[in-house]
Design a binder for this molecule. Structure first.
Ligand SMILES: O=C(O)CCC(=O)C(=O)O
Length: 289
């Protein structure tokens, strides 16, 4: 494997906690991922509530309130790698994964995957949060990779990341005894002006350190915004809790080798609540409530 990143890109990631990578997926991968996704959206028209099943018995396909046959609003597909060989192959082999191996490697494992979709006319938004607060591991060399399955523009609800926050505090995601899966609205309002919008052509990816504060607004355009999102980690980062998007492929070593070692770093956080429903969108909805 050749290292895809320049020293400048490596330094930029270390400084900012995120990196935009073009051509993370090949044109064939992108087209095949979108074909499967299109079929899932068609199928969703026959359903009025979350459906399908992941290995822990929760629904695999999560629907935004207001979903109907005329305006499908699939917002989350959990663990697509289990129901599609295309997604599984892309998870195991893509240019962004090579970049993760360069940054956190050489030994990298798969943790979980999902599709986040904002179809035109839907209200799906993501409150600001840090992924590490959902996936507590012995060390924080975990990377969330968000692959753009559509062109991402300023209008269709791009990912917003707050540079440098991966080096800062772990913010509380429980408020008043309730796990909202998000930082407070006050803190979000304070950080949003500092956020960078991750836009770019389909096939690109944004690599994001697990501690980086991020979120996104609803899609205000007539174009879809679909992301295939994978969490990878250093092979010696071991989970301290149950995977919130469980997968039969959890722990598969996708670059390098299994070392049978654990590396621990110092941090403290409240243990997240294991989601009872299809996805964290219902947990985040409690923030507004
Ligand atoms: O879909 C997005 O814009 C962000 C996704 C995200 O942060 C998440 O699902 O944890």
């Amino acid at each position: 494997m050749t290292n895809p990143l320049t020293q400048e890109q490596v330094s930029s990631f270390e400084e900012n906690g995120f990196l935009f990578v073009e051509n993370a997926l090949s044109p064939d991968q992108l087209s095949a991922l979108n074909t499967d996704f299109g079929e899932w959206v068609e199928e969703s028209r026959q359903h009025s509530s979350a459906y399908g099943e992941t290995i822990d018995g929760r629904a695999r396909f999560d629907l935004e309130p207001g979903h109907c046959a005329e305006t499908p609003a699939v917002r989350r597909i959990s663990s697509p790698v289990e129901i599609s060989d295309t997604y599984l192959e892309a998870m195991r082999n893509n240019r962004a994964l090579d970049a993760v191996a360069q940054l956190f490697g050489p030994n990298i494992k798969f943790i979980n995957s999902k599709v986040n979709s904002k179809l035109p006319g839907t209200a799906t938004e993501v409150k600001y949060h840090q992924d590490f607060l959902f996936e507590t591991h012995s060390n924080d060399n975990l990377m969330t990779v968000l692959y753009f399955m559509d062109d991402v523009t300023m209008e269709n609800g791009p990912l917003e990341v707050v540079p440098g926050t991966h080096k800062g505090l772990l913010y509380e995601h429980w408020h008043g005894g309730v796990f909202t899966g998000a930082i407070t609205q006050e803190l979000e309002d304070e950080l949003r002006p500092k956020a960078v919008h991750c836009t770019g052509p389909a096939g690109s990816a944004c690599l994001m350190h697990t501690r980086l504060v991020h979120g996104s607004n609803p899609n205000n355009s007539s174009d879809p915004r679909t992301l295939f999102i994978i969490s990878y980690g250093a092979e010696d980062a071991h989970s301290l809790i149950t995977n919130h998007i469980p997968s039969i492929y959890d722990g598969e070593v996708v670059r390098g080798v299994a070392t049978n070692r654990v590396r621990a770093t110092q941090f403290e956080m409240a243990i997240p609540e294991y989601p009872k429903e299809a996805s964290f969108f219902n947990q985040q909805a409690r923030l507004k409530a």
